[in-house]
Design a protein around this ligand. Structure first.
Ligand code: SAH
Length: 399
């Protein structure tokens, strides 16, 4: 018999709970008579008292319980967390050598059965992003294990604003080992140099998940193309296309001044400063003003921020994706390349495809799909948690 307190799924979940999804939401359980404390280890049982899994409770979060094991003989201990980190590291070690090993996602939360823990490696520096308050007590183990594998110069911790709100913990950014580097950190990706700001960037500093998609965009860009990169952040797609293709012009747009400053720095760092025009603008404005003035492009990249943060926002997000793609498709020359992304985990691949079908039919343009891509393989997805398959990247020729 397990000594742990039991949390009971409510009757609506009697039959419907299936798979090993690690999130148990507040509205799926019977509220316990006395509330477990943050991080308390509990057993999850269904309405008929059948054991389902073991997790860590957070009374302050809509995700009341995160499950870490579905084996009744296994408890959530430092050893288990260490074992999961080892397994995550082993996967990344299989991914070949070269620049990929230098900078990659080492741990990807639910996809590595470590819900709430993300670890990115930028050269000699590791960044831990916690999205679960319940993992705080395991932080020393996490740091020890990461140090054991990589011997990095620094390991820093980040809790972003969104997590702080949803998990009821303070937002923070601090170095757990080593001193904060004075400068940003230099990494290499797709034969380009990038400087990553460990402290003030978006996400953990850079979007590693689009690594291979940037190359795919370059691969499908025709010689001498006119290119538009919408939501370019620090220049990911624009610079990769500039480096690997001949182009007549590249225009890259983002609303963030800070991101564009970094993008310009990256252009200089890679001797590509004369190839790209950077523009600070809203994506809808940048597209519609160009459509009004009848501009045409041969490649358009759309990589907007997450437009659906919860299930309630899916329809709204899909209409925003529709508007965005509809504008872009009409600006593409016949045979032009569309690289269109969605990083909203709530928007499924089939929803995204349906959205594109609607765009093609409304614009009277055939969208010929060349590649349906996802995040880079250091961001695997797990069948039990469809949200881990969050990044969609469709590469298409628009006839
Ligand atoms: N393409 C990038 C990642 C894009 S992340 C890469 O390859 O790394 C999404 C970007 O959208 C962020 O840089 C953010 O600043 C920008 N963004 C958010 N809202 C925007 C808006 N309304 N108009 C233009 N850019 C926006």
């Amino acid at each position: 018999m397990s000594p742990l307190r039991q949390i009971i799924l409510n009757s609506q979940n009697k039959h419907s709970f299936s798979g090993n999804h690690p999130w148990i939401l507040a509205n799926s359980i019977i509220e316990p008579a006395s509330t477990p404390r943050v991080g308390e280890q509990v057993d999850l049982v269904n309405y008929e008292n059948k054991w389902i899994g073991r997790g860590l409770y957070n009374p302050n979060s809509r995700i009341r319980l995160r499950l870490y094991t579905w084996d009744a003989t296994e408890f959530i201990t430092n050893e288990l967390i260490a074992k999961r980190i080892d397994r995550a590291v082993q996967l990344r070690a299989r991914m070949g050598n070269g620049s990929l090993q230098q900078s990659l996602r080492v741990v990807f939360s639910e996809a590595d059965q470590l819900s709430g823990l993300v670890v990115d490696k930028y050269a000699e520096h590791l960044v831990i992003q916690l999205t679960a308050a319940a993992l705080y007590p395991f932080l020393d183990t996490i740091v020890d294990r990461l140090f054991h594998h990589y011997r990095p110069l620094t390991i820093s911790l980040q809790v972003d604003e969104r997590t702080a709100k949803s998990e009821g913990i303070p937002q923070e950014q601090r170095f757990l080992t080593g001193a904060a580097p004075e400068d940003s950190v230099l990494i290499v990706e797709n034969d380009l140099k990038w400087s990553v700001d460990l402290v003030g960037g978006q996400k953990t500093g850079y979007y590693l998940d689009q690594r291979e998609n940037r190359l795919a965009a370059a691969r499908w860009t025709q010689p001498n193309a006119r290119v538009l990169d919408i939501c370019c952040y620090v220049g990911g797609f624009a610079l990769t296309i500039a480096k690997h293709c001949t182009t007549s012009e590249i225009i890259a747009v983002d609303s963030s001044e800070k991101a564009l400053l970094a993008a310009k720095h990256h252009a200089t760092l890679n001797n590509l400063e004369n190839r790209i025009t950077w523009e600070q603008a809203d994506f809808f404005e940048a597209l519609s003003s160009r459509l009004d003035s009848k501009e045409k492009f041969d490649t358009i990249v759309l990589d907007p921020p997450r437009l659906a943060s919860s299930r309630d926002h899916i329809q709204r997000a899909l209409s925003a994706y529709h508007r965005l793609n509809y504008l872009a498709v009409r600006m593409l020359n016949p045979g032009g390349t569309l690289v269109t992304c969605s990083c909203s985990g709530r928007v499924s691949r089939s929803d995204f495809r349906d959205m594109l079908r609607g765009v093609g039919s409304r614009a009277h343009r055939e969208i010929q799909v060349l590649e349906e891509r996802g995040a880079a393989p250091d961001h695997p997805s797990c069948m039990s948690c469809p949200e881990t398959d969050y990044l969609k990247c469709v590469v298409a020729r628009v006839l």
